[in-house]
Ligand binder design. Sequence first.
Ligand code: AMP
Length: 355
Amino acid sequence: MTNIDINKMLSAYDKKNLTIATVCSHSSLQIFNGARKEGFSTLGISIGERKKIFDAFPLGKPDEFFTVESYEDIIKYADELREKNVIIIPHGSFVEYLGAKNFLTLNLPTFGNRNVLIWESDRVKEKQWLKSSGIAMPRQIKNPKEINSPVIVKYHGAKGGKGFFIAKTYKEFLQRVEKNKPYFIQEFVMGTRYYLHYFYSPIQENAYRLKRGSLQLLSMDRRDETTIDEVQRLGSIAELEEIGIHPTFVVTGNIPIVMRESLLPQVFKMGEAVVEKSIELFGGVIGSFCLETVVTEDLEFKVFEISARIVAGTNPYIAGSPYSELIQPDLSTGRRIAQEIKYANKKNVLHKILS
Ligand code: AMP
């Protein structure tokens, strides 16, 4: 658990002049654009020089840049940032590069419940959370000698799928594995991938109702991963593997997608289960989260990962998605985050959505 006293931090804040801040990367263009639409001032923490890029996107540019040399420097400047009444919006790169441990102790009001990091950054705990929510996950293979169908081998803490590989036999596994790195082996689920972008509000009850608060489905995407997603232009994976070319899973972009409407009940059921269990385990996953799924030919979802903050897959939807358009026109995840902060501030319950 974090030792941050959010109420104490907020008591020193000028609530009429809150500033939405994040690191200039990942989904920051969308976050700044959404905050701007909701009338907030914005601050971009820039690791080195980034202004030139943001100048090219006037509507996605923060009002102010706060340039530091490294992610660790953000910790050093926390006092200065608090004086600017900043509320930090965590995103994937922010948490990944600052490190979960540092992020937990960062002395700045942060959107969402930081305790989720304890459950999400540890594969064993993540599995415990999802499994106890009744979510179907890919089978885990504990002993590589038992590989008798396609598996995906993942390294702990690997960024963006780097180094992951597919093996169909124990022999293939031995040929590829880097034994000095901690790994784990999962059934490679055959099907189509959907990355589902949810938003849970513990303080508003105007969407899919949960025991406390409500849940929205804002959008979904499919990741574009090099080289696996286009390698077949050169030949079948089996053919290529024979000549030593192995597909990789490095995320390079995101593709918008919608799913058959008849699958939506399952989507909400999974989102509901994950949120209700999170409330029990650590006080709740608040705001944006993403379930990374594969839908099998029997139309069953298998969830291989959860991401407990805004994911880059929401970036195609700065002007709304086919789902968020049905909630409010022009609603991105970044804008939804800003709305939640605005609403909580108005109702004087910021402590319920920040940590
Ligand atoms: P991850 O880092 O767990 O998100 O995995 C990186 C990528 O590997 C995913 O985006 C999927 O394309 C693929 N992947 C991960 N786990 C599985 C699985 N169990 N079955 C099939 N594909 C997977």
